[in-house]
Design a protein around this ligand. Structure first.
Ligand code: NDP
Ligand code: 8X3
Length: 255
């Protein structure tokens, strides 16, 4: 009975930004937390930021590695297996170049992590939810999954794929009572631009200057709200922008 009563959330990419804030927000709702990412020391230190009484299970793997994804999730102990909420958050942009000068490595990273990684993790977790006829999947898309902007080409493609896969999941999982939620943020100040610009802090800081960007906690609050709606309610598709942002390319820096 104790195992059945535990509420469990698995959040990918919980070592930073939106994923880390979401792990903390869901822990505050009483979910025990399975957190994933590649940077082990960051994963381990997340435990200290969770409220007392919340159990924590770190899983260190690269979402690109389908065998690692399979062995990590299928190897969860029995009291961690019944995942109620999956947040597919791990992902990044790599580069911001015209398509004709984009790098194959950047393209591979974005498609392999943002799209295929999300699929690999979901492939492990969906059967658990189907067997229990219950569960919530939150996929982190982007405004880049709703619009395309210059030089965004492949990143936008990867996030449009996330949007399409999210809508497909909602249809196919409909017979099992599983909620599927797409969350599509605009500009959020995280390590996102540092990764996109390969460690160039000056260029990355500029992205968030002159207006008030969203914070990871803003997205985490909304995810916590969305997963705590009554059983008959699903917030299917959420686009969330800073007030200064009107579209992927229109940001008012004069407010
Ligand atoms: P961060 O760079 O701060 O966090 C990215 C997270 O993804 C990290 O925890 C990182 O962990 C994890 N990750 C990246 N690659 C891999 C991998 N190969 N295997 C496992 N984990 C991986 O950025 P954000 O918090 O901003 O990004 C989170 C999500 O939000 C992404 O999907 C992003 O596309 C999306 N998003 C971000 C927006 C923004 O403006 N910031 C706006 C819209 C959407 P580690 O490096 O330890 O593996
Ligand atoms: C991140 C937001 O506009 O940099 O997905 O693509 S944006």
């Amino acid at each position: 009975l104790e195992i059945m009563d535990r509420k469990i959330a698995l959040i990918t990419g919980a070592t930073s930004g939106i994923g880390k804030a979401t792990a903390i927000a869901l822990a505050q709702l009483g979910y025990h937390i399975i957190a994933t990412g590649r940077r082990k020391e960051r994963l381990d230190s997340l435990k200290e930021e969770l409220p007392d009484g919340i159990d924590f299970f770190p899983l260190c793997f690269d979402v690109r590695d389908k065998e690692a994804v399979h062995s990590a999730i299928s190897g969860l102990p029995d009291n961690w297996k019944n995942i109620d909420v999956l947040v597919n958050n791990a992902g990044n942009a790599h580069g911001l170049d015209p398509i004709q000068s984009g790098s194959l490595e950047d393209w591979d990273a974005m498609m392999d992590i943002n799209v295929k990684g999300l699929l690999y993790v979901s492939h492990e977790v969906m059967p658990i939810m189907i067997a229990r006829k219950s569960g919530i999947i939150v996929n982190i898309g982007s405004i880049a999954g709703k619009e395309v902007y210059p030089n965004g080409n492949v990143y936008c493609g990867s996030k449009h794929a996330v949007d399409a896969i999210t809508n497909g999941m909602r249809m196919d999982l409909n017979p099992y009572g599983i909620k599927v939620i797409g969350v599509h943020p605009g500009l959020v100040k995280t390590e996102f631009s540092i990764v996109r610009f390969k460690g160039d802090a000056e260029r990355s800081d500029k992205v968030y200057q002159g207006f008030e960007p969203l914070l990871p906690e803003d997205i985490a609050d909304t995810i916590a709200f969305a997963v705590s709606r009554p059983k008959h309610v699903v917030l299917a598709d959420i686009v969330m922008l800073p007030t200064a942002q009107a579209s992927a390319t229109i940001v008012n820096k004069n407010l």
